[in-house]
Write a protein that binds this ligand. Structure first.
Ligand code: C5P
Length: 221
């Protein structure tokens, strides 16, 4: 069986950064499952598909023409959708919100399931998402649930967007985070919650390095 570290948590909990560093440290593959929902939402926009048109979204999700390209010397992988580079385009708050609307539809989640499981390859996988430990990889070797206060998560997301040269307002982001939490935690399918066997870390007052050390410590047990 292929070892999987499942990392779940709300928007801005630091999952993305932690998972990238963890995968680098372990030399394992990385699944950014949120990117698949964001890509489905962007593909819908490109093809003029409404975010409530579940049937058409399922077709798009099942046939996503996407490549994840690791650029040498660059931390982040480049994401190519239908031949177009969309690495930054999928990171806006707007696409995050669209992604969470798309992700609330069960059949769309089903359509992305096997694609996500295909990422589990030797020597191992670090999986970043909302339902990695509960739905996609229930047999994961280690399950981590990263949490932080909404205010702290808004601050982190703000700094992240600014550092990418994307415009942002802290107030708007906090509202967005609260709305997204609400949608992700209260949806009927795969609601965001820790798996019963997950280790929860409240990272509100922790630095990235502290969180990484804590997770590595758990991974070594
Ligand atoms: O993590 P990220 O912000 O990129 O995810 C965007 C949205 O995709 C989330 O708000 C959530 O609604 C959805 N998502 C999900 N399940 C995952 C990953 C993301 O429902 N495994």
């Amino acid at each position: 069986q292929i070892p999987v570290v499942a990392v779940d948590g709300p928007s801005g909990s630091g999952k993305g950064t932690i998972c990238r560093l963890l995968a680098q440290k372990l030399g394992w593959h990385l699944l950014d499952s949120g990117a698949l929902y964001r890509l489905t939402a962007l593909a819908a926009r490109h093809h003029g598909v409404g975010l409530d048109d579940t049937e058409a979204l399922v077709v798009l999700a099942g046939h996503l023409d996407v490549q994840f390209v690791a650029a040498a010397g660059d931390d982040e992988v480049q994401i190519i959708l239908e031949g177009e580079e969309v690495t930054l385009a999928i990171r806006t708050e707007e696409m995050g919100n669209d992604a969470s609307v798309v992700a609330a539809q069960g059949p769309v989640r089903e359509a992305l399931l096997s694609r996500q499981r295909d990422f589990a390859q030797l020597p191992g996988l670090v999986a970043d998402g909302r339902d990695m430990g509960t739905v996609v990889f229930p047999e994961a070797t280690l399950k981590i649930y990263l949490d932080a206060s909404a205010e702290e998560r808004a601050r982190r997301r703000y700094n992240q967007l600014i550092s990418k040269g994307l415009g942002a307002s802290l107030e708007v982001i906090l509202d967005d985070i609260r709305a997204r939490d609400d949608r992700d935690m209260n949806r009927a399918v795969a609601p965001l919650k820790p798996a019963p066997d997950a280790i929860t870390l409240d990272t509100t007052k922790m630095t990235i390095d502290e969180v990484l050390l804590a997770v590595l410590d758990e991974a070594r047990h």
